[in-house]
Design a protein around this ligand. Structure first.
Ligand code: KG4
Ligand code: ZN
Length: 338
């Protein structure tokens, strides 16, 4: 019998629904919330309201595109956390009510595990996936972790950021330069035509496989403050080189610890996941590493890098196989790892 999983993702500012048949993607629909752009960041209250408006239309379109009826669904998987509580509540409540009406189980999914398992969604753009165990660098707006993935259920965090996430480093640097939110993709675009060695910024000295990005943001801010004292147009005149240089530094920091993790574990299958895994510089650095060493790399298709519901559905599918269902009393959580 075919297993159809509806995935719901509402942890931040995208309302998404996806339907998978096994691990095969039938549909994936995302309603982006443009409302936050003018505020330069996500406004939680507006995000919850937009989820409330979008969730039913998004699920309806996902069902239409998948060409199945709601009665064919085997289970509903939803993001339980971490994320914005008001946003998570919308997806969680919707999943509970819809599943109760359909008399099917609900499956709670950890957003960070789902980013990692997005590598297992099959479609025309993604046919291969890593074998267990593999390493995954999860880099998003809220998290930066090196994870040893033993199985869909067994993941061990080997290192993580002690302060800002890599995505935050991109977003904060972009904000300092007056670029629109989210800043990561903006910096990526500008960096393509800039000189990555034009300016240098200090890398943090932090032990083991952990990361730290808050010092970089501060040194970037002070560097620009000093330059602006003597040249009002310094940012305008150097935007591409500043973007290329800050991106170069963030990637150097990320890759250094990832190399250490490969050495320490002896695992050479290396994946990246999360919003920042869309970054063209990071993808290029991974390719170069795989050419000069024996890494087997896995770069997700761009549509599976940022938040999406296909990754929630595939994680739900693995849990479905284990009959790992959630009770109707389940509540979302804003913080925490896995
Ligand atoms: O995974 P995600 O969509 O949401 C979270 O769970 O946080 O990640 C969003 C983050 C933002 O910080 C955004 O600026 C960053 O991913 N991002 C990028 C790129 N695309 C998205 N950062 C650098 N380069 C990109 N191309
Ligand atoms: Zn995410």
């Amino acid at each position: 019998m075919s297993i159809y999983i509806l995935g719901i993702e509402s942890s931040c500012d995208d309302t998404s629904a996806a339907i998978l048949k096994g691990t095969h993607m039938l549909s994936s629909v995302i309603a982006n919330q443009e409302v936050h752009r003018k505020y330069g960041g996500v406004v939680p209250e507006l995000a919850s309201r937009a989820h409330q408006q979008n969730i039913i239309p998004v699920v309806e379109v996902a069902l239409q595109k998948a060409k199945i009826t709601k009665n064919q669904l085997s289970a509903i998987a939803f993001t339980r956390g971490p994320g914005l509580l008001g946003s998570l509540l919308v997806g969680t409540s919707f999943a509970k009510a819809f599943a109760m009406g359909l008399r099917i189980p609900i499956i709670e999914v950890n957003h960070l595990k789902a980013h990692i398992l997005s590598h297992f969604v099959e479609d025309e753009h993604q046919k291969n996936h890593p074998e267990f165990p593999f390493l995954c660098l999860t880099v998003s707006g809220g998290h930066t972790q090196i994870v040893k993935v033993n199985s869909p259920a067994d993941m061990v965090i080997l290192g993580k950021t002690i302060d800002d996430a890599a995505g935050e480093a991109f977003d904060k640097a972009a904000k300092i330069m007056g670029l629109p939110y989210p800043g990561g993709p903006e910096i990526d675009k500008l960096a393509k035509i800039g000189n990555p060695l034009a300016f240098s910024f200090p890398e943090p000295k932090i032990g083991e496989l952990d990361y730290s990005f808050s010092g970089l943001k501060t040194s970037f801010l002070y560097f620009l403050r000093d330059k602006l004292k003597v040249d009002d147009d310094f940012i305008e005149n150097n935007r591409v080189d500043l973007s290329a240089s800050i991106q170069h530094t963030i990637i150097a920091i990320l890759m250094k610890k990832l190399r250490m993790a490969v050495k320490l574990t002896g695992i050479n299958q290396v994946a990246i996941a999360g919003g920042v895994s869309a970054n063209s510089g990071l993808r290029e650095a991974m390719k170069q590493e795989s050419e000069k060493s024996d890494w087997k790399i896995f770069l997700p298709p761009l549509k599976y890098t940022t938040d999406n519901a296909a990754m929630i559905a595939v994680t739900g599918y693995f849990k479905y196989l284990e009959k790992d269902f959630a009770p109707q009393s389940v509540t979302p959580y804003a913080r925490g790892g896995f």
